[in-house]
Design a binder for this molecule. Sequence first.
Ligand code: MG
Length: 383
Amino acid sequence: MITREQIERRERATLRPYALFSGDSRGRRHEEPVDPYRPAYQRDRDRVIHCTAFRRLEYKTQVFVYHEGDYYRTRLTHSIEVSQIARSVASALGLNEAFVEALSLAHDLGHPPFGHAGGEVLHGRMDGHGGFEHNVQGLRIVDTLERRYPGFPGLNLSFELREAILKHGPTGPDAETEEFSPPRPPALETQLVDIADSTAYNHHDLDDGIRSGLLDFGDLCRHVTLLGAGRELAEREFPGLTGRGLVFRTIDAVVKGSIRDLVESSHARIAAAAPATADDARAAGGLIGFSERMATQQDELQDYLFDNFYRHYRVVRMMDKAKRLLGSLFDAYVARPELLPPEFQRLADEHGVHRTVCDYIAGMTDRFAEMDYRKLFDPSERV
Ligand code: MG
């Protein structure tokens, strides 16, 4: 049997000195006995996996609304892909894999239904009522809204993971975020998950965009350097390959090249800064990142996706419909809080009507929001 103490000692022996060590955690808000086998961040990861908000990611949109097709990414599969990339890089750089896994799986918990369209609606409706920002909401979920333990609200995660979930979200007089003010620069593990996030969606959105027919593979290869180069590699390795096979091998070459660059460039920057501890590494600024050349190429890819995919008229239609739907729900509940389920009416007394409606809607999956809309507005629907 391998105990928690042994795993903590193993971390000290095998990770780099600037990694986050589980044994150095500042601990949890509510006192709990330590686990015999799992160090702090493994326990955090397990709590995230078992929470309600994590399961709901399955039916939350990344780009496509869920009924567009079963094969597109959802926030759940996106989070798992982020975790895969972040863990591979963490392992190569000697950083804390359990921490990056926990953060990858938790990083999108605060997103409302329908992706950024949902965020815009809540941001607008909460203006003057404390605002809405998905990272702040993520912290609110793990600290307050999840109910799993009799002794305290939330998941009681480690200080470091909570700080990383809040990320660059606004800090201020709000009691929930004041503890992280002034914000510390992010740990290397946090920087890594941030880049793994954009790397994951750049590449899986390519795949979803091509599969859906909204993006044209030939046009992509002509206009985006990374894709043109990836296709050349794939054609050289698999002569005669065409169709979906070529698309897969091309995207695979692009992802592998991106990850290799991320590992090598980060390694070189860390070696030059030579941080002795995790705090040194935070203070050194952005050590985890692409080479300048790769960063420019990633920007080019992102710009292409923005113009041709996220602004595609069919995506805009989906998002516009989603905004009207969520806006109508929000207004109806704020105007008549007695339409809310009883447990939320009780919460409204505690947190105020606007915040409670915001929490209720932010917690919905895409399909729950659509169903709730029909219940409120379609006369023939059961309530
Ligand atoms: Mg994400």
